[in-house]
Design a protein around this ligand. Structure first.
Ligand code: TXA
Ligand code: MG
Length: 343
């Protein structure tokens, strides 16, 4: 299959009409959102949705997020809208927030991975919204990477993974947030954070009070444990390079790395000068800048031919939680703590 590539910033009319034509004829299109690029298909058409799983190489039991452009589209997709969902939607939609509810009959099993729930998000990206509105149907869309790879924040990375696998990629420039949406389940008694993202835990709790944080946000699932979010159990965000996350001060990190042989370092802005092969992924005290850079940096490490990488550990506050959640998965949970207290 030939993959067409249209820049929506310069060719909006053609981008929208081609996306609409292909999606409504049951095809999969790579689209920009403010978090990461998505692989979009008509969420109400199971045959179209199945093509997403094939293009991505994604396990069939890992459900997809359904994207809408108007709040009024939500009620048809779910059994009921919990009050806290309305509160959150009022505050954070459109935006990087996905909410899970009991699904209605219209959601095909292919979308929900056989679960009785559905994840819904209203993206903020004007391009994503124009595409959804133009199609007139909700769009199922996972991140536009091959299953297991870092999510793409630029159209060229979608092309790297999807060339020949989908008929069209819409280029909308660099994604503003850089990591995927925050996922919260509203199905149990208490809301539960399944994946940290663009909307922080602090922002959520200010709006609806305390919520549970799923064990899988910070930890590896043990053999036999069931995942609240099926995506948590799969290998994720992994570049070809082998990554180790190193907790500790800059000084201890430098000392630790100096004892290693040939390696690369993933560090914060301004720290590159301490290492021979270093790439930075944002400012040390700014989770937002780290989120925007992380997936790009992981792909750049591969382009640079890095084999062994030691990464500085982000602070877990604010967006840092989402950055840490992605980084430890990209490292396959290989985390070491260094502390050379010489006093
Ligand atoms: O920012 C985003 O959310 C991007 C853009 C494209 O919108 N999408 C995205 O989709 O990250 P995906 O498929 O890569 O990640 C969705 C996550 C997966 O971990 C999946 O298991 C979980 O959400 N999920 C989806 N539906 C669910 C459900 N009904 N119950 C529990 N987890 C669900
Ligand atoms: Mg993904």
């Amino acid at each position: 299959m030939k993959t067409d590539f249209i820049d929506i910033r310069t060719d909006e009319k053609r981008a929208l009409s081609e996306a609409k034509r292909l999606i409504l004829s049951g095809e999969v299109v790579g689209i920009p959102t403010e978090t990461v690029y998505g692989l979009a298909a008509n969420a109400l058409d199971s045959e179209a949705v199945k093509k997403i799983f094939v293009a991505k190489g994604r396990p069939q039991d890992n459900p997809l997020i359904v994207h809408i452009s108007e709040f009024s589209q939500l009620s048809a997709l779910v059994e009921e809208i919990p009050e806290k969902v309305s509160l959150m939607a009022k505050k954070f939609w459109p935006g990087p927030l996905t909410m899970i509810m009991k699904k209605s009959q219209v959601i095909p099993d292919a979308v929900s991975g056989g679960l009785d729930t559905v994840a819904v998000r209203m993206p903020k990206s004007e391009y994503a919204r124009a595409i959804i509105t133009g199609c007139g149907v909700p769009l199922a869309a996972p991140s536009a990477n091959l299953s297991g790879s870092p999510s793409p924040t630029r159209a060229k990375y979608v092309l790297d993974d999807m060339d020949g696998r989908i008929p069209l990629i819409i280029d909308g420039g660099v994604c503003e947030v850089g990591v995927e949406s925050t996922v919260i389940s509203f199905v149990g008694e208490k809301p539960r954070l399944l994946r940290p993202g663009g909307i922080t835990l602090e922002q959520i709790e200010k709006t609806i009070g305390e919520i549970d944080v799923d064990n899988a946000v910070l930890n590896r699932l043990e053999e036999g444990q069931t995942a609240s979010s099926p995506g948590m159990k799969y290998k994720h965000y992994a570049p070809k390079a082998d990554i180790t996350v190193v907790k500790g001060s800059l000084e201890d990190f430098c000392e630790f790395v100096s004892r290693k042989g040939e390696c690369f370092v993933l560090c914060f802005d301004g720290e590159e000068k301490y290492f021979s092969n270093a790439l930075s992924y944002g400012r040390i005290d700014d989770g937002q800048s780290q989120a925007k850079r992380l997936f790009d940096a992981l792909r750049e490490l591969d382009e640079m031919g890095a084999e062994k990488v030691y990464a500085r550990c982000p602070d877990l506050k604010g967006m840092g939680l989402a950055v840490y959640n992605r980084l430890i998965r990209s490292a396959g949970f290989d985390i070491v703590e260094v502390c050379n207290d010489k006093k």
